[in-house]
Design a protein around this ligand. Structure first.
Ligand SMILES: C[S@@+](CC[C@H](N)C(=O)[O-])C[C@H]1O[C@@H](n2cnc3c(N)ncnc32)[C@H](O)[C@@H]1O
Length: 226
């Protein structure tokens, strides 16, 4: 069982949402990637924080692509059902607003408005294939630390490719941006690992005379829009 919990490092997620929301107001399709989402506590936290800052109308434009290499999380993310023990860190007001009794003792279910914005998909970050492009935000916390330095750099470069210009990336506290990628992202605030994409990142610059590979789409689940 992967270690995760609701509102983990909420300071970073709150800062991410605060920095993102003004630009999101003008976007008809808001695609967010939570990479390495485990059982769903993190993508549901993110959805709740976004809903707190958005009207119900704008929130309907949000699609959180929650991915993990471990497919066993699919059922829990789809049901949004969590044991009382797992929801105890959620601030009371938010627990009351975004959770309901799950129909089995000692369990709560994320309300439909939040649940329907989050979709699980199996995805291996080391495939270096983004789940899609033109993403508004990527959250990847407590995953990259398990990778080798070269792999981390490749994955972060792939995130740079997948984000729309001005899109935001959130990492955990201890995850610094590698030096070679410093010209791709700017740090949004000195005390949090939240970065804004500066320009289009090219992971594989083609050699002279060689065509760039056509981007491949990963997975087959429905998209919220272009
Ligand atoms: C410690 S959990 C982090 C969960 C959540 N992001 C958080 O910070 O609370 C790490 C997750 O990364 C996933 N993971 C590990 N290697 C991965 C890979 N190559 N691609 C995608 N997910 C991976 C694990 O299955 C696990 O669910």
């Amino acid at each position: 069982m992967a270690f995760t919990f609701f509102f983990r490092d909420s300071q970073t997620l709150e800062l991410l949402v605060e920095a993102a929301v003004p630009a999101l107001r003008g976007q008809a399709f808001i695609h967010v990637w939570d990479a390495g989402c485990a059982c769903g506590a993190e993508p549901f936290t993110l959805a709740i924080l976004l809903r707190e800052q958005m009207s119900s109308f704008l929130f309907r434009n949000v699609r959180i692509h929650a991915t993990d290499i471990d497919e066993t999380f699919a059922a829990q993310v789809a049901s949004g059902v969590f044991a009382e023990q797992e929801v105890k860190r959620i601030p009371g007001r938010l627990l009351e607003r975004y959770f309901q009794p799950a129909g089995r003792p000692g369990h709560f279910q994320v309300v439909e408005e939040i649940r329907e914005r989050v979709r699980f998909e199996r995805h291996d970050l080391l495939s270096l294939e983004p789940i899609r492009h033109e993403l508004s935000m990527i959250v990847c916390k407590n995953v990259l630390l398990h990778f080798e330095e070269r792999e981390r750099e490749e994955v972060l470069r792939m995130f740079g490719e997948a984000l729309r210009p001005g899109g935001l990336l959130a990492l955990e506290h201890t995850q610094k941006m590698p030096g070679p990628l410093a010209d791709l992202f700017e740090q949004v605030a000195p005390h949090a690992q939240v970065f804004r994409k500066l320009r289009t990142a090219h992971r594989h610059a083609p050699h002279v005379g060689q065509a760039a590979p056509a981007p491949r789409r990963h997975g087959a689940h429905a998209r919220a829009g272009p």
